[in-house]
Each structure stands twice: as structure tokens, then as C-alpha cells.
Design a protein around this ligand. Structure first.
Ligand code: G3P
Length: 221
């Protein structure tokens, strides 16, 4: 399972990148709007920090504008993945970008049919938004199950990038289904690291070691 961070926060990206657990980054205009500083500079910096794929989203809603933005975003680095929304003009843009060997992440996927069409147009990644489906009273993970099954049935090469992840259980469920990538906010990744029994166990090991040190003050490991 590949782990992506869904953020434009440079401190979080550096923190988790240094742990060697990040396979890539996804951003969107909302995430960029939460950061102070020039969003274009932030995007360029993220691409420099992370070696894996970095999804940067277009904001045009017509094919021509999307292609122009894609052209500029790609200049940040060879690991840029252009994020294109799942609309008819977006599918046209994906088809052209695929022919130019540009990697595309098709975003705002809420049905298996949309995922199939994005894959057929040439997207390298599809991003189904499971948390937003959960919020709307649908089981988001059912969509992941459907897409993974259909892509497997037809040997589609497009990767399923589980997005709009809200908690660590989403990550486990996506992994059990066999989705290739899960992108998550920094707080979810932080929660994956922690377990109360780990903290309790470490405190007890350190307490016991203090007793050993008391008896042998010169002891060094
Ligand atoms: O990157 C897009 C997606 O992950 C957004 O998540 O929490 O805004 O639904 P959310």
C-alpha cells in the first residue's frame, strides 16, 4: 500500500518525508488556501521535497485552460501529476495529456462509472472521495470495492487513490480491499503512528532501565 499525504503544509510534508513513510503528496485549491504564502511557491517547494508523485490541481474548467495550467504546473518537476476534475472538459484534457505522456490524477470521483471513464480517457490515478460520501449517508468504502473490482476485471493500469480519508480505519479498510494508494491528512497519519500500549510499554521499559542505571551508574549502551 502506498501512503500519500493530503496537504499543502510544508512542515507536515517535511516531518513525514523524513520518516521515509511518504510515497507521494496530493494537494487541492482548498488545502493551498489554508497555508500562508504564495500557493505557486508552495507547490514548487513540495515538488522539490518529495521524490514521489505530487498532485497539483488545475482551476480552469475548460479543456484549453486546463492544458495551459497543466503545462505550467509540469515545469515544477518530473514528479508532478496534474490533477483534473471529473467533468466532460476534464476527460478531453486527460486524453490530450495522456498522449503527451503527462501523468494525470482525475479528482472528485463519486461513482464507479466516473472512475471507469477517467481510466479510459487515460488517467494514471483516480481519486474517489470516500469521506464526503460517508458524510452524504453513502458508504464510501463500497465505492472503493467497486472500482478496485472493475479495474481488476479489465486489467486497467490506472491506480486507485483513496481520497477524503477521515480516520485510520479508512486506511485499514482500503488496504484490505487492495486499493493501491491512500492519501490522508497529516492528523490521520499521526494517529496511525500512535498506540496507547506503545506509550505505556515504553514508559515501563524506561522506568526499569532507570533502576538498572541506579545500580550501575557507569553503564552505557
Ligand atoms: O485531496 C482531496 C480530498 O482528499 C479532500 O478531502 O476531507 O476535503 O473531503 P476532504
Amino acid at each position: 500500500m502506498k501512503i500519500f499525504l493530503d496537504t499543502a503544509n510544508l512542515d507536515s510534508i517535511r516531518k513525514y518525508n523524513d520518516m521515509g513513510i511518504l510515497d507521494g503528496i496530493t494537494t487541492n485549491p482548498t488545502l493551498l488556501s489554508k497555508e500562508s504564502g504564495n500557493p505557486v511557491d508552495i507547490m514548487a517547494e513540495i515538488v522539490k521535497i518529495v521524490k514521489g508523485p505530487v498532485s497539483l490541481e488545475v482551476v480552469s474548467t475548460n479543456t484549453k485552460g486546463m492544458l495551459e495550467e497543466a503545462h505550467r504546473l509540469k515545469k515544477f518537476g518530473s514528479n508532478v501529476v496534474v490533477k483534473i476534475p471529473m467533468i466532460a472538459e476534464g476527460l478531453k484534457a486527460i486524453n490530450i495529456l495522456k498522449k503527451n505522456n503527462t501523468s494525470v490524477n482525475c479528482t472528485l470521483i463519486f461513482s464507479a462509472n466516473q472512475a471507469v471513464l477517467a481510466a479510459k480517457a487515460g488517467a494514471s490515478f483516480v481519486s474517489p472521495f470516500i469521506g464526503r460520501l460517508d458524510d452524504a449517508g453513502q458508504v464510501g468504502m463500497d465505492l472503493i470495492r467497486e472500482i478496485v473490482q472493475i479495474f481488476k476485471n479489465y486489467n486497467f493500469k490506472t491506480e486507485v487513490l483513496v481520497a477524503s480519508v477521515r480516520h485510520p480505519l479508512h486506511v485499514i479498510e482500503a488496504g484490505k480491499i487492495g486499493a493501491g494508494i491512500v492519501t490522508m491528512p497529516p492528523d490521520v497519519l499521526g494517529k496511525m503512528i500512535k498506540h496507547p500500549l506503545t506509550d505505556k510499554g515504553l514508559a515501563s521499559f524506561l522506568d526499569d532501565w532507570k533502576k538498572v542505571k541506579k545500580a550501575n551508574p557507569k553503564l552505557v549502551i
